[in-house]
Design a protein around this ligand. Structure first.
Ligand code: HEC
Length: 127
């Protein structure tokens, strides 16, 4: 019993130390993106671009919600596996991944859900 109580306490401490705001976004990132872009977003040199150091993302001109839903291909020759989209993820799930990346990785302001919906509408028409 004593052991059980202390492990519960430990679990509580671990959870309360986690100050990440986008918990679902982080879990989804780890499930869908980390296999290529790595758990800490650093990528794999010359194969998968880094997310945390991405100038493209930081520029603010990259439609991340669309890249998550429909995939992203810019280079003519893929060195690693190309980035496929995740059409089954809902708007809310995509919003949480997007904001986990902007807030936790890039330390930028989170994006409003209205803006994310607008971005998603833009690419659903074009694709
Ligand atoms: C199978 C490997 C793979 C997975 C899984 C993957 N990506 Fe990618 N990602 C790539 C590759 C390869 C590129 C480069 C595409 C290109 O430029 O042609 C890329 C590019 C990107 C870029 C653009 C970075 C830049 O600076 O150009 C972002 C942002 C990104 N991915 C986010 C994500 C997110 C978010 C997820 C999860 C929802 C994800 N990726 C899942 C392989 C992957």
């Amino acid at each position: 019993m004593k052991l059980k109580l202390s492990s519960i306490l430990l679990l509580f401490l671990v959870l309360s130390c986690n100050d990440h705001q986008y918990v679902q976004g982080e879990a989804l990132y780890q499930a869908y993106c980390s296999s290529c872009h790595m758990a800490d977003g650093t990528g794999l040199k010359n194969v998968y671009p880094s997310i945390i150091y991405s100038a493209t993302l930081k520029s603010g001109n990259f439609n991340l919600p669309c890249a998550i839903r429909y995939g992203h291909q810019k280079r003519e020759v893929q060195i690693g596996a190309a980035m496929e989209g995740y059409p089954k993820l809902s708007d809310v799930e995509i919003s949480n991944i997007t904001n986990f990346i902007y807030y936790d990785f890039l330390e930028q302001k989170p994006m409003s859900f209205t803006k994310i919906k607008k971005d998603l509408t833009a690419c659903s028409a074009g694709k």
